[in-house]
Ligand binder design. Structure first.
Ligand SMILES: Nc1ncnc2c1ncn2[C@@H]1O[C@H](COP(=O)(O)OP(=O)(O)O)[C@@H](O)[C@H]1O
Ligand SMILES: [Mg+2]
Length: 328
């Protein structure tokens, strides 16, 4: 991974210190060979195109999300072209909210987003720091500010991903320290937005309530991405991908059994989209291993070692108790 190819100048007021561009970024800006004039030149130099193609390829479904990410990337690319022609570019605000049910791909997409922002030079490092309320808010008076600042420091140059962000706000408790964390976040989101992107994630309805009670936060979020639940066919394709990633595959008939499994599992409590698929496949791999383990003197073929059989899936409690019980 290289260094960012350019950095968008900050829009912070003159009194606020703006981070010095890194030596590499400065060098890149000085070199005439990096003065891209076309979209394809920017994409080629930054390799952002490759990351976007990868996102399209690796992630099943998510069509509206992928389209929004392309829009955001387009904005940054055009910004880069404007800057190369000396047009004063304002760092666009890129703080986002990712809403959706568990396992719909929010964390996964946030990681890709961080990579794209890095490639296009919006952030210096492109790492993702994922936190929840407990990482930001202290238990005692005076503990919250240092905790929040420490997290912000770690996230600077990348993406700060706050999962279930609405837990920062607890109106029922008048003296909740979450408010203190929110205020610090708001300041940094405004003043250092050229080097930190904050993504707030969680359930849509709770996030909407949170934004209604926190207009300051709401006004700083430029992009709201809502992650839909996956359709059964998409979950099945996600299963294929996950197996492929680990060098496994469904044996003949096993995919149909997994489809049946999904139909039952979706109706049961705590169904969590792609995460439930991942967990189910992890358990199927365990069952496959126990099944093979029992055959102690056999020389297994690669074929046998990679195949998840229908019986590895059929053994799930989801089948036995589809009507009455929770997930296996
Ligand atoms: N569209 C997708 N295509 C392939 N795998 C996916 C997709 N969405 C999620 N996954 C997988 O499902 C799991 C859960 O996704 P995650 O991003 O953690 O969901 P969330 O953060 O919304 O709870 C991850 O292991 C991820 O790799
Ligand atoms: Mg997540």
């Amino acid at each position: 991974m290289g260094s960012p190819l350019y950095s968008i100048p900050g829009t912070a007021p003159a009194t606020t210190p703006v981070a010095e561009p890194t030596a590499d970024a400065a060098a890149a800006q000085a070199s005439p060979s990096t003065e891209a004039r076309t979209v394809s030149e920017v994409l080629a130099q930054s390799q952002a195109g490759a990351v976007m193609d990868e996102l399209d390829r690796d992630l099943v479904g998510l069509t509206p999300i992928k389209a929004r990410i392309r829009d955001i990337a387009a904005l940054l690319v055009i910004d880069k072209l404007r800057m190369n022609l000396g047009l004063q570019a304002q760092a666009p605000s890129l703080h986002m909210s990712f809403t959706g049910n568990p396992g719909t791909g929010k964390t996964t997409v946030a990681l890709r987003m961080a990579e794209i922002l890095f490639r296009l030079g919006y952030v210096r490092k492109g790492h993702l720091v994922a936190v929840t309320r407990d990482d930001l808010v202290g238990q005692y008076i005076g503990h919250t500010a240092p905790k929040t600042r420490e997290v912000l420091k770690r996230a600077m140059g990348g993406v700060l991903f706050i999962d279930e962000a609405y837990y920062l706000y607890r109106p029922e408790n008048e003296r909740d320290y979450g408010q203190e964390a929110i205020e610090i976040l708001l300041q940094v989101m405004e003043n250092q937005r050229d080097d930190l992107v904050v993504i707030l994630a969680g359930y849509k309805d709770r996030m909407d309530t949170f934004f209604r009670s926190n207009p300051g936060m709401s006004s700083r979020i430029a992009h709201h991405l809502d992650f839909p639940d996956y359709a059964p066919g998409e979950l099945l394709r996600i299963a294929d991908k996950l197996l492929e990633q680990h060098n496994y595959r469904f044996a003949p008939g096993a995919r149909a059994t997994f489809e049946e499994y999904l139909t039952a599992r979706i109706r049961q409590p705590n169904f969590a989209n792609a995460r439930s698929v991942r967990n189910a496949l992890d358990r199927a791999r365990l069952r496959q291993a126990s099944r093979l383990f029992a055959d102690q003197d056999r020389r297994f073929t690669a074929e046998e070692l990679t195949a998840i059989a229908a019986c590895d899936i059929r053994a799930s409690r989801v089948f036995q108790a589809a009507a009455t019980q929770g997930p296996s």
